[in-house]
Design a protein around this ligand. Structure first.
Ligand code: ADP
Ligand code: MG
Length: 568
């Protein structure tokens, strides 16, 4: 530390580039400081530092680190405390550009594996970015000293050094309970679970926090189950959704989309106080929606679309500008290709002609003039031939009563099981739709992305960079995925950008099918960690979080530069 202070005094008032000399490792009394990367000027992306707190200063119980799951929970709660301490920190360090700014990858409502904090039995590592202080373009050594000797220690004092064992214990216990629910779901073939008392609606369209004064969730009696979980006496009670086809109906504004959205997010664990702590969904559930204008490359959409005008090939379908129905068909087929076992669909974001085609329309427009086989005519084949379940919100058409296994009605935010009523309506008011009941679902693509898909060069530089949650700039083109709704954190987007850059650098797209590639990526994350995809893995990996395979696939599938080798 003394050495750092000396250097700062020496370079005080010099040109900003002289800051490069502080790169290195320094010992403070309570922690070690690593200055991994120094920004080039006061306006550039801030410098990266790591603070390593040895176990003797903040011991970790062995119990907390005994599984990956618990480790993630511990790192998450530590990261929350650090994020909170930084937000509350009132040191004002002044200067030009980003002088004194302190940035940290603070978790949102989901508990994700992320790199901002790493905890093991020997130490806790916290990755922070700081704007090194300057006056104009000259180094302000005094303010830098304040940053390292006051602001950073203060943040640690208010987070890592004061978090109680109880706080950590609670996070670990919640993760254990969430995992117990997932396991109970697996044993019982349930694809979703919503505990009674859960708060599903969010504060607003832009806030992921719970709505205050919401009506708490209450399961219909017929769907109610009990799950034994650790760390509490009574089991957790709530609604289980079984495998198969579940229809959610109800009047407009009665909470249909809200319950579906909660299930979409249930593929992730949520933090204590979120309201969705005990809302869990098949981890392989994928939201399917229409997405006009998206790029599609080499996807077999023929189960849904055939005989397009001008004889476009729908077994290897490509377009720069998909329509509502073709984009939704591609989204289904790509989800299945990546391994989805549950599809989640909301009428609000679906193409009507993809979802339904009623009796009258069938009479007027003959089948050989209609390229689309609607989802309703494939939903059972998906269930029976591919063991893929569907949860579908549909308030506008009763045609799906015929194919549903269960019907749930939302009424003033309360669900009712109306399966029997719906089935008796089917009996008393039969419809004469021509359905394609016993046909095969059709083939699912198994594509190989060719290495040349990854065009990360711009000029003579190779660069892939996340821009917010839903864009990645790859070389000279943007990949956009604004409708990939289960991507929830921009740190996941940064991780996917790192993956693309890694696949390019290691020339690794190779001869693997997309499915195999996703398996390999998941295995690398499991075994070598998220940072193994970054270029400087022993240094600050800082601000990345784990995405699911479905969202990684979603990004690759939307590359405008994709080039596919056809396998069958
Ligand atoms: P639908 O899809 O049936 O038209 P939404 O799910 O969009 O209805 O819900 C309509 C409104 O009701 C939304 O503003 C939502 O936040 C609110 N809402 C949903 N569930 C609840 C609840 N349990 N308590 C209070 N408000 C809710
Ligand atoms: Mg709705």
């Amino acid at each position: 530390m003394k050495q750092l202070m000396q250097t700062l005094q020496q370079i005080d008032g010099k040109g900003y580039k002289a800051y490069k000399s502080i790169q290195g490792h320094y010992k403070f009394s309570d922690f070690d400081l690593y200055v991994d990367y120094v920004q080039g000027d006061p306006f550039a992306a801030p410098s990266k530092i790591r603070v390593v707190i040895p176990a003797r200063k903040r011991p970790m119980k062995e119990d907390w680190l005994q599984s990956r799951l618990r480790n993630v929970a511990v790192e998450d709660i530590l990261a929350r405390k650090v994020g909170y301490a930084i937000a509350k920190s009132n040191f004002s360090i002044k200067g030009s550009g980003k002088s004194g700014s302190i940035q940290f990858d603070r978790p949102g409502q989901e508990v994700l594996e992320r790199s901002a904090v790493q905890a093991d039995s020997s130490s806790i590592t916290v990755c922070i970015s700081v704007g090194l202080p300057a006056n104009g373009r000259k180094i302000n050594g005094k303010e830098a000293e304040k940053l390292f000797t006051q602001a950073v220690p203060d943040i640690l004092r208010n987070s890592i050094f004061t978090i109680t064992d109880d706080d950590i214990e609670h996070a670990v216990q919640l993760a254990d309970q969430q995992q117990a629910i997932i396991e109970a779901m697996r044993r019982n073939n349930w694809i979703a679970f919503i505990a009674n008392g859960s708060i599903l609606p969010r504060e607003s369209g832009v806030s992921n926090r719970p709505l205050k004064k919401a009506v708490p969730f209450q399961s219909p009696k017929d769907n109610e189950v009990e799950i034994e979980v650790p760390h509490r006496e009574e089991p957790i009670t709530g609604m289980a959704v079984e495998q198969g086809i579940t229809l959610i109906v109800g009047g407009g504004y009665h909470g249909k989309s809200t319950i579906l959205e909660a299930m979409e997010r249930g593929v992730y664990f949520h933090v204590q106080g979120d309201g969705r702590e005990y809302v869990l969904t098949d981890p392989d559930a994928v939201k399917i929606r229409a997405e006009d204008g998206r790029k599609v490359t080499g996807v077999n959409i023929s189960p849904f679309i055939t005989n397009l005008p001008h004889r476009q090939d729908t077994t290897f379908f490509s377009t720069d500008n998909a329509s509502g129905s073709t984009s939704q068909a591609a989204n289904v087929m790509e989800g299945l290709e990546a391994g989805a076992t549950t599809l989640l669909i909301d009428e609000d974001t679906s193409a009507t002609n993809f979802m339904i085609r009623d009796e009258r329309m069938q009479q007027l427009v003959h089948k050989d003039k209609e390229p689309i086989t609607p989802f309703i005519d494939k939903i059972r084949q998906l269930r029976d031939q591919h063991q893929v379940s569907t949860i579908l919100v549909m308030g506008g058409s009763g045609d799906y009563f015929d194919v549903a296994d269960k019907v749930i009605m939302m009424e003033a935010y309360v669900p009712y099981n109306v399966t029997d009523e719906a089935k008796s309506i089917v009996q008393s008011r039969p419809i004469n739709r021509e359905a394609l009941e016993d046909t095969a679902f059709g083939d699912i693509s198994s594509r190989i992305f060719q290495q040349k898909s990854l065009q990360t060069r711009k000029g003579n530089k190779s660069k892939t960079q996340a821009k917010g949650l839903t864009t990645i700039i790859m070389g000279a083109t943007d990949i956009t995925f604004h409708d990939t709704e289960q991507l929830v954190d921009s740190s996941q987007t940064r991780m996917i950008a790192e993956m693309i850059q890694h696949l390019e650098r290691t020339n690794a797209l190779g001869e693997r099918t997309l499915y195999q590639l996703l398996d390999d990526i998941e295995q690398q994350m499991d075994q070598k960690g998220l940072a193994s995809f970054t270029a400087f893995q022993d240094q600050h990996p800082g601000d990345i979080a784990r995405p699911r395979r479905y969202e990684i696939a979603a990004v690759l599938n939307r590359m405008r530069t994709a080039s596919i080798k056809q396998t069958h």
